[in-house]
Write a protein that binds this ligand. Structure first.
Ligand code: CTP
Length: 400
C-alpha cells in the first residue's frame, strides 16, 4: 500500500531507535523506497550498517560524507521524498524542529522537505507530559506535520506511562491510513456506522454483542484515503481511528445510533451501515441495580428501530446506501431480500461459514450483491483489504 512511495526515515537518539530495523523491513515490504537519515546520537542505539543494509541505500548523517568528502544535499533529499517519517523523534529533535533550529542533516532535510512529515515521539513519560514538549508538538501540528500517538507501558527509565514510540506495525498502518490513495472521492460525504450497541438493563448490566468495530473502522479509513469526508458513528469499541480526517461520533445504544445516523444522512452522499445494531432492547431500563431474587428473571425486550431500513426510506436518487447482512442459511437469498426490502444499492454478505471470517477476527470473507442481483465473491482477506474491495466497488459504481 506504499508502493513506489519514496520515504525518508529520520532516526534520532532514543532507545526506540533499535526498532527502526523492523520498521524499515515493514516499509520495504509495503513497496516503499526508504532512505535513512540519522543523527549522531541515534548511532549509539543502532548502527548505520544495519539500516543501510535493510534499506538498500547508504545512511546519511552529516552534511559531508566522511569517506568520499561528498556533499549530502539536504535540499534534493527533501524534494526526493513523498513522505518524511521521523521515528523515533526525541524531545530534543522535536524541540529543535518546533523552533527552526538546523544543526544537523536531519533537521536541514526537515526544513527543506515539501512532503508530509510524520513524527513518532519517543521519550520518558515526564518529558512527554512536560508543557514544553506538548507546546512543541502543538507547534509542529500547526505547521501541518502529523504527530503519531505514543504508546503506553514500560519505559527505558523503568517508569511506566505514556511516551513509548508506537510499535513499528502500528507506525506503518498509521502512515498508510494517512497517505492518500487517490482523490477519487474528494468532496464526497461518507457516513459509516461501526461496532456493537449496548442496551442497558440496569445501571451495571447491558445486552451487547461481539462486534469489534474493525470492519467499519477499516471502511471509514479506506474512504478517507480516497479523499472523502468521513463521519464515523461508532458503538462502544477499543479502537482508535487512524486517519485524522475522520470525524468520529461515539454512541452506546441502538436508539442513540439511530438519532445520530438519521440526523447526518441528509448531508451524506454514501452511507455504509456496518454496525452490529441490537435488534431488541429491554423495554424498561431499571434505574437501580436489579437484585438477585428467585430462580428466573424475565426481561421483556422491544424491537429497536432499524436504522438501515429508515435510511432506505429517506434515500434520494443521488445517495448510495450500503448495508451488511450476516446470514447462516440461504445466505444469498436472504441477503438479496434484505437488499430489496431496505432499498439498498449494495449489500455486503458476511460469511459465518468460513473459518477466520466475522466478529473478532482480523479477516473477513464477503460477497457483494448489487441491485441487479449481480454478485461478486471475494477471498478471505484482512479487514483492511476487504474495505479496499468495498470502496473500490463504490468508486467503480460512481464512475460507471
Ligand atoms: N441494522 C440497522 N439497524 C438495526 C439492525 C440492523 O441499521 N436496528 C443494519 C446493520 O447495520 C446491517 C443490516 O442492518 O447493515 C443487517 O443487519 P442484520 O442483523 O444482518 O439483519 P436484520 O435486518 O437485523 O435481520 P435479521 O437479524 O433477522 O437477519
Amino acid at each position: 500500500m506504499l508502493k513506489n512511495k519514496k520515504i525518508i526515515l529520520g532516526v534520532t537518539g532514543s532507545i526506540a531507535a533499535y526498532k527502526t530495523a523492523t520498521l524499515i523491513r515493514l516499509l520495504v515490504k509495503e513497496g516503499a523506497d526508504v532512505k535513512v537519515v540519522m543523527t549522531d546520537e541515534a548511532k549509539n542505539f543502532i548502527t548505520p550498517l544495519t539500516l543501510s543494509t535493510l534499506s538498500g541505500h547508504p545512511v546519511l548523517s552529516s552534511f559531508v560524507s566522511n569517506t568520499e568528502g561528498e556533499w549530502n544535499n539536504h535540499v534534493s533529499l527533501g524534494l526526493w521524498a513523498d513522505i518524511f517519517l521521523i521515528a523515533p523523534a526525541s524531545a530534543n529533535t522535536i524541540g529543535k524542529m518546533a523552533n527552526g533550529i538546523c544543526d544537523n542533516l536531519l533537521l536541514a532535510v526537515y526544513l527543506s522537505a515539501r512532503c508530509k512529515t510524520f513524527v513518532a515521539p519517543a521519550m520518558d513519560m515526564d518529558m512527554f507530559a512536560h508543557p514544553a514538549t506538548q507546546n512543541n508538538l502543538q507547534t509542529l501540528r500547526n505547521y501541518g506535520n502529523v504527530i503519531l500517538p505514543v504508546g503506553h507501558g514500560e519505559l527505558a527509565s523503568g517508569l511506566s506511562g505514556a511516551g513509548r514510540m508506537l510499535e513499528p506495525e502500528d507506525i506503518v498502518q498509521f502512515v498508510i491510513q494517512n497517505t492518500k490513495a487517490t482523490e477519487k472521492l474528494k468532496g464526497k460525504k461518507v457516513l459509516v456506522t461501526a461496532g456493537p450497541t449496548y442496551e442497558n438493563i440496569d445501571p451495571v448490566r447491558f445486552i451487547g454483542n461481539h462486534s469489534s468495530g474493525r470492519m467499519g473502522f477499516a471502511i471509514a479509513e479506506e474512504f478517507a484515503r480516497h479523499g472523502a469526508d468521513v463521519t464515523l458513528i461508532s458503538g462502544p469499541t477499543e479502537l482508535n481511528e487512524l486517519n485524522e480526517k475522520i470525524k468520529r461520533l461515539d454512541v452506546t445504544s441502538a436508539e442513540e445510533m439511530y438519532e445520530k445516523t438519521v440526523k447526518h444522512f441528509e448531508k451524506t452522499d454514501i452511507a455504509v451501515m456496518s454496525a452490529a445494531v441490537a435488534d431488541y432492547a429491554p423495554e424498561k431500563v431499571s434505574i437501580t441495580k436489579i437484585k438477585k431474587s428467585g430462580d428466573e428473571l424475565h426481561l421483556k425486550l422491544r424491537k429497536t428501530k432499524d436504522i438501515l431500513a429508515e435510511l432506505g426510506r429517506m434515500k434520494t436518487k443521488k445517495q448510495m446506501l450500503i448495508g451488511f447482512a450476516l446470514e447462516t442459511d440461504n445466505e444469498i437469498e436472504n441477503a438479496t431480500k434484505k437488499l430489496r426490502a431496505k432499498n439498498l444499492d449494495f449489500i455486503v454478505l458476511n460469511s459465518l461459514k468460513t473459518k477466520g471470517a466475522g466478529f473478532k477476527h482480523q479477516t473477513n470473507k464477503i460477497t457483494i450483491i448489487d441491485r441487479n442481483g449481480i454478485k461478486t465473491d471475494y477471498k478471505l482477506k484482512s479487514k483492511s483489504e476487504v474495505a479496499q474491495d468495498i470502496v473500490h466497488k463504490v468508486i467503480t459504481a460512481i464512475h460507471a
